[in-house]
Design a protein around this ligand. Structure first.
Ligand code: GRF
Length: 192
């Protein structure tokens, strides 16, 4: 399975996936390319250090569709079959979603369908929730929405700040994303 990963920032989930592919924990796969919409994303260097082709495709005043079309063209050129969003801070246009039907996944740091969007941890704490977590899901045209593949729960502690809660969830995000991608790869192999 040729995987393309989209990032916007530090890329810790991307690193977890790249390392799991390299170690064989995610079998029969290759990370073909890492693309960022932001040239300053520190994740780009972390991908390159691991020998993965990585570069930015910035929007630069173009429409969302034009930007997405360029990314889709690069992914197709590299033969990408599964697109993993890993801290990619843009909503995909219908053009992008339709280019890879059922082949785009995302990780979000809440128990979807609760708390889609930004500032998740602040909102979870303000609402007095006692549990939160992370979700890996297939991507459709709505924000942080689509069929759920895997979720993992963590407690919200009484003295949590958004930072401490984010760190507790991030620790779970990495193994959850690896497990979800592994599940997709194995399911695809079985159906040919
Ligand atoms: C993660 O919390 C992810 O769930 C969210 O953005 C954050 C990205 O972190 N979508 P990283 O860039 O993978 O370290």
């Amino acid at each position: 399975m040729k995987i393309g990963i989209l990032i916007s920032g530090r890329g810790s989930n991307m690193v977890a996936l790249v390392d799991a592919v390299k170690s064989g924990e995610i079998p029969a796969s290759e990370v073909a390319v890492v693309i960022s919409d932001n040239a300053d994303a520190s994740g780009l260097d972390r991908a390159k250090e691991r020998g993965i082709e990585a570069f930015a495709i910035e929007r630069k005043g173009r429409t969302r569709e034009e930007h997405d079309a360029e990314i889709v063209a690069v992914l197709r050129e590299r033969g990408v079959e599964l697109v993993c969003l890993a801290g990619y801070m843009r909503l995909l246009s219908p053009l992008f979603v339709q280019a890879f039907p059922g082949r785009i996944v995302n990780i979000h740091p809440s128990l979807l369908p609760a708390y889609p969007g930004l500032h998740v941890h602040e909102r979870v704490i303000a609402a007095g929730e006692t549990r939160s977590g992370c979700t890996v899901h297939f991507v459709d045209e709505l924000l942080d929405h689509g069929p759920i593949i895997l979720q993992r729960e963590v407690p919200v502690l009484p003295d949590d700040t958004p930072e401490t809660l984010a760190a507790r969830i991030l620790e779970q995000e990495h193994p959850t994303y690896i497990e979800a991608v592994k599940k997709i790869v194995l399911a695809t192999e079985n159906t040919g």
